[in-house]
Design a protein around this ligand. Sequence first.
Ligand SMILES: CC(C)(COP(=O)(O)OP(=O)(O)OC[C@H]1O[C@@H](n2cnc3c(N)ncnc32)[C@H](O)[C@@H]1OP(=O)(O)O)[C@@H](O)C(=O)NCCC(=O)NCCS
Length: 147
Amino acid sequence: MGFDLHQQALDGCDDSLRAALAGAGLPVDDLADAGRSFYRFSCDGATVGFGGLELYGEAALLRSIVVLPDRRGFGFGHAITLGLLDEAHRKGADAAYLLTESAAAFFQSLGFHPIARDEAPAAILTTRQAASLCPASAALMVRSLPA
Ligand SMILES: CC(C)(COP(=O)(O)OP(=O)(O)OC[C@H]1O[C@@H](n2cnc3c(N)ncnc32)[C@H](O)[C@@H]1OP(=O)(O)O)[C@@H](O)C(=O)NCCC(=O)NCCS
């Protein structure tokens, strides 16, 4: 990748995070709940996107991955996802899960594969993302760590 991506921890109440997620149609109702970590990703001092993590022992839920509309198609989405996978692994996770409605092919190119709901740990299935915020039609995907 021909760029340096800077990753900065962020409060879940951050307005720019909320606006980017809402603009992309991603859930915002649980941003301030405990147990979530969010990050701003920037390149040359300008924000390019955001991403988040929930950790449940050795299982991580990747969430809130968004690249700002005018920054899409330059590799930032891949770099953000890899940054989150690295962070999850450093915090002790050996598997990363996510839910997506429209980007399954994107995540497949990053090593994720779809699984049935009953194949995921209960801790992932009972997250607000899985249990209520994401539509039942959202694909549940997993990949092992490290990336
Ligand atoms: C999905 C998203 C993060 C990708 O970010 P990006 O910076 O454009 O991605 P990259 O530049 O790293 O990768 C681009 C590649 O992914 C593919 N891609 C991008 N979005 C895709 C999608 N929704 N579905 C399938 N493929 C997608 C592109 O076609 C391109 O493929 P190519 O390399 O073969 O040309 C971005 O489109 C986005 O923010 N979408 C809205 C929010 C969202 O859906 N988030 C995921 C759910 S948490």
